[in-house]
Design a protein around this ligand. Structure first.
Ligand code: ADE
Length: 256
């Protein structure tokens, strides 16, 4: 897979892109990640990439002509329909589903937004998708671009050690992963759940599912609306609801 990133700050990518999994993916030629300095696509003496907004209002806007030249240069040898993604807090929310669908692409381009935004004509001319990583505003689209690439690359076959590991991730089926433990067996009076030590595979699987469902119920109940749930899962959720109701009744009974 080839990913082209257009940015004013290519050095920001050095650490994340040269460590750990992303480095492994690049080393194994599974990921061809190319960083491009937007400023290299200016044609004026001062290499200006931004300008004041028409109508006033403060802030600086990334210039359409420079970005257009940059994107079109990359598209000139790209397959038809190559996605051109703008990172922006106004985009659709990044998700597991978007990561999986991008992982199937041969190539995509990310434009890292900066300043107050980009000249809006770029949305009509070259941007095919706008993605936000969350409902908060960062100083630029570089960190979102790194997060997206990391989440996408995990789904390229051969990148993760254990085949299929990405399918077991939290979010893969809308239910979060349960707890994990390793040695030592006892730590400050807390021991590893006995069921994991005894090692009956089917019981362990059932226990993990229950713990994952419990975590989802507690931390992210919104996910359960679109999760793939079995009859057993639904039975467990009804049990959690009953436990919560009982706890609320007990709290109300003991209130003064
Ligand atoms: N640029 C600034 N904030 C952002 C966000 N939340 N997501 C994507 N790009 C951004």
């Amino acid at each position: 897979m080839r990913v082209d990133i257009l940015t004013l700050f290519p050095e920001m990518f050095t650490g994340p892109m040269t460590e750990s999994m992303l480095w492994k993916a690049r080393d194994r030629h599974l990921l061809d990640l190319r960083l491009h300095q937007i400023r290299d696509y200016t044609v004026d003496k001062h290499r200006i990439v931004d300008d004041t907004p028409y109508g006033g209002g403060g802030g600086m806007i990334m210039k359409a002509d420079v970005l257009l030249r940059a994107v079109e240069a990359l598209l000139s040898d790209a397959p038809p329909e190559t996605p051109v993604i703008l990172t922006t807090p106004q985009g659709r929310l990044f998700s597991h589903e978007i990561a999986v669908s991008l992982a199937q692409r041969e190539r995509f381009i990310i434009v890292c937004g900066r300043y107050e935004g980009i000249d809006d004509r770029l949305r009509e001319l070259v941007i095919t998708d706008e993605i936000s990583i969350g409902d908060y505003v960062l100083t630029g689209g570089e960190l979102p671009a790194m997060i997206m690439v990391d989440a996408v690359v995990r789904h390229i076959p051969g990148v993760l050690g254990a085949e299929g590991a990405a399918e077991r991730d939290s979010h893969a089926d809308g239910v979060l992963e349960g707890p994990h433990y390793t040695r030592p067996h006892a730590l400050r009076g807390l021991t590893v759940p006995q069921i994991l030590v005894e090692g009956h595979h089917a019981q362990i699987e059932a226990w993990r599912r229950e713990q994952g469902l419990r975590r989802t119920w507690r931390n992210r109940p919104d996910l359960l609306l679109k999760a793939a749930l079995s009859t057993d899962d639904r039975y467990l959720l009804a049990k959690f609801a009953e436990e919560d109701a009982r706890a609320r009744r007990d709290a109300a009974d003991s209130a003064p």
